[in-house]
Design a protein around this ligand. Structure first.
Ligand SMILES: *Cc1c(COP(=O)(O)O)cnc(C)c1O
Length: 222
């Protein structure tokens, strides 16, 4: 089913939208099935699970870290991670910069924006992102690049609420494009999951993170 699900979703999304297949809690065999169907972008939300799977799987996979990150875990993925979606502090950026330098790499990062109504713990609000970008502090970090924003809408059946949140995020994303620098360029808007990716794309997303709709339900909450 994985291959069929992948093809179905790919047929529904525009070519310029990157599909990140979210494999948290799923076995290597599931990932290989998607890989053998030609897929290369995969996402995990825990650093250790990401590192374990990356070690076992083909090296041309592009690994996306989509979850909350503890600073002391950055070192386990700095050598190979393709894109880190969940940046929620300058301290975390500094640590990624430090670990990337050890590998002589530049790591692409997305700032996580807090848009949902729930008072979840993670993410920055618009003001905090504005300050971070406009302070120029990130420009000193030569081993990271801020390439866009990531957000999650409120978990609700109210489509209009979800659309409103994605829309506001897109407006903000567009407004931040004016503040590009050497290592800041707003190119990627990572919004949309299994339940809301169609709305997200209509509201400007160019990267969706989809797990359940490809691999089926997870057996436990990761
Ligand atoms: C698990 C997860 C997804 C995928 O969710 P599905 O509803 O299974 O598609 C997307 N983004 C993040 C940050 C996640 O943790």
């Amino acid at each position: 089913m994985i291959k069929e699900n992948l093809h179905l979703i790919k047929s529904k999304i525009p070519k310029e939208v990157t599909l990140v297949a979210v494999t948290k809690t799923k076995p290597i065999s599931d990932i290989m099935e998607a890989y053998n169907a030609g897929h290369r972008d995969f996402g995990e939300n825990k650093v250790q699970e990401l590192a374990r799977k990356a070690a076992e799987l083909p090296k041309d996979i592009k690994w996306h870290m989509i979850g909350h990150i503890q600073r002391n875990k950055v070192k386990y993925m700095a050598g190979f991670v393709h894109l880190i979606h969940g940046i929620d502090s300058f301290k975390l950026l500094k640590e990624i910069n430090k670990q990337a330098a050890k590998h002589n790499r530049v790591i692409d990062c997305l700032l996580q924006v807090h848009i949902a109504q729930e008072s979840t713990k993670f993410g920055l609000d618009f003001d905090e992102i504005n300050t971070l970008i406009n302070s120029g502090k990130a420009t000193d970090l030569k081993h990271i690049r801020i390439v866009g924003l990531m957000g999650m809408a409120t978990f609700t059946d109210d489509e209009e609420q979800v659309r409103k949140e994605f829309h506001a995020l897109r407006d903000f994303f567009e407004s931040m494009k004016a503040f590009a620098s050497e290592n800041v360029e707003m190119k990627i808007l990572s919004t949309g999951m299994s339940g809301d990716y169609e709305i997200a794309i209509e509201e400007g997303s160019n990267m969706v993170r989809i797990g359940t709709a490809i691999f089926g339900r997870r057996n436990f909450i990761a």
